[in-house]
Design a protein around this ligand. Structure first.
Ligand SMILES: C[S@@+](CC[C@H](N)C(=O)[O-])C[C@H]1O[C@@H](n2cnc3c(N)ncnc32)[C@H](O)[C@@H]1O
Length: 391
């Protein structure tokens, strides 16, 4: 397995404006349309501590001396807060900033992850926490939850309420006061609301922040996100164990999930469709994908609307093919930019089929197509067009 020296990439500041998507219409929380309530409910799932620790261990060199922001996180519920507070010294953090969001149905306490109820400021108001040091208050030689609890209880400077502005409610990552907090951060780490994912990423990129966030796999097919991937401004993180991620949900939301997805015993939902997204380099991003297959025209047909071959499984990428290949989006999970170049995607590269074949011989859709040999054409799934880099 080839290892390449990891170079730290300076984050470029780019101004991006993404279209508003469902649930993102700027409106005061009190006027939140009912139509968005479902999306908001489905945004309520909470990351497990072991998944956070397993991912974060690949970025230790990035975190040292840095100000970390978790901006979709109720400190009394979030394992992101718990992870960074407990490991504040070990990771060598400069500062930890955490903001909670007013509309979160769990503000007020349904999931006692931190098990320090009673500390939370009364009511449902969102608030910000700023930690510059976690002292070993009980002098047991280790930083533990009692020390964090002591800090929050006895240092009045640590928490403050967030009021929001005319457009966004308190704790909304888009509100003016949260943007000011964002400006102070070096690295943003969280699991943000999926219904606002484009907007969330756009804000991070606009402010030139480093980040490590959880997001939906299909976000790679959003053209703005794919553009960032192609330009090497964003890539996938190390990943969840065996590709499955388990999240805790408020129990009353359990019926929102299909049978078999929610496990009553553990209270966890299983998601196969989430990835970590980051712009911080990590080792597994430079592992060479082992290739065993040889190219043959019969095994790898050419597309009719793009000059490239169809490779329907990443393991089947032919080692000796120099041209363009269309691969499934799961390729990104293994993508090594030293080994492959991303040329684009079937969303934009495929010639319109109307220029290639008669109407009625193919299904509409901006994808790559294969010739069925009987006068019809089959539309492929979303494909990423790649090419091997030759050393
Ligand atoms: C997927 S949950 C993850 C919560 C927590 N980060 C974790 O990983 O356990 C996303 C959280 O973002 C909050 N949220 C929704 N819209 C938000 C907004 N506009 N600004 C800040 N937080 C928001 C939700 O209430 C929800 O708790």
């Amino acid at each position: 397995m080839q290892q390449t020296i990891v170079h730290h990439k300076k984050v470029k500041r780019i101004k991006l404006t993404f279209p508003q998507n469902a649930g993102s219409t700027p409106s005061h929380p009190a006027n939140q349309p009912l139509a968005n309530a479902k999306a908001a409910k489905q945004d309520e799932f909470y990351t497990q501590l072991n998944d956070i620790a397993n991912e974060l261990k690949h970025y230790k060199e990035h975190l040292r001396g840095k100000t970390i922001l978790c901006n979709c996180d109720d400190p009394f519920k979030s394992n992101f807060f718990k992870y960074f507070a407990l490991n504040f010294k070990t990771l060598g953090l400069k500062k930890l900033l955490v903001t909670s969001y007013s509309r979160s149905p769990i503000v007020g306490g349904q999931l006692p992850l931190l098990e320090i109820e009673g500390l939370k400021p009364e009511g449902k108001e969102p608030y910000a926490v700023e930690i510059n040091e976690v002292p070993d208050a009980n002098l047991d030689g280790a930083i533990n939850l009692d020390d964090v609890k002591h800090l929050l209880q006895h240092n009045a400077n640590v928490t403050r309420p967030l009021k929001g502005d005319d457009t966004y409610g308190g704790g909304d990552f888009r509100s003016r006061e949260c943007v000011e907090i964002l400006k102070k951060a070096d690295i943003v780490v969280t699991n943000p609301p999926f219904s606002l994912f484009r907007e969330y990423v756009a804000q991070l990129v606009e402010h030139g922040k480093q980040f490590l966030i959880i997001g939906p796999k299909n976000a790679v097919t959003y053209k703005e996100i794919f553009k960032l991937i192609q330009e090497n401004e964003l890539w996938l993180g190390h990943g969840f164990a065996a590709g499955n991620a388990y999240f805790r949900i408020p129990t009353e939301n359990a019926r929102e999930f299909a049978a078999g997805v929610y496990d009553e015993k553990t209270g966890l939902v299983k998601f196969r469709n989430v990835w970590w997204f980051t712009n911080m380099d990590h080792d597994s991003r430079h592992e060479t994908i082992p290739l065993y297959k040889k190219y043959s025209p019969s095994d790898y047909p050419n597309y009719v609307n793009f000059d490239g071959i169809e490779v329907s499984r990443v393991v089947d990428i032919p080692v000796d093919y120099p041209g363009a290949m269309g691969v499934p989006i799961t390729f990104l999970d293994k993508y090594n930019p030293d080994q492959f170049e991303i040329l684009g995607s079937s969303m934009t590269l495929g010639l319109p089929m109307s220029k290639v074949a008669k109407k009625g011989t193919y299904l509409q859709g901006g994808r790559f197509y294969l010739d069925n040999g009987d006068g019809t054409y089959s539309r492929q799934y979303d494909r990423i067009a790649i090419k091997q880099r030759r050393g």
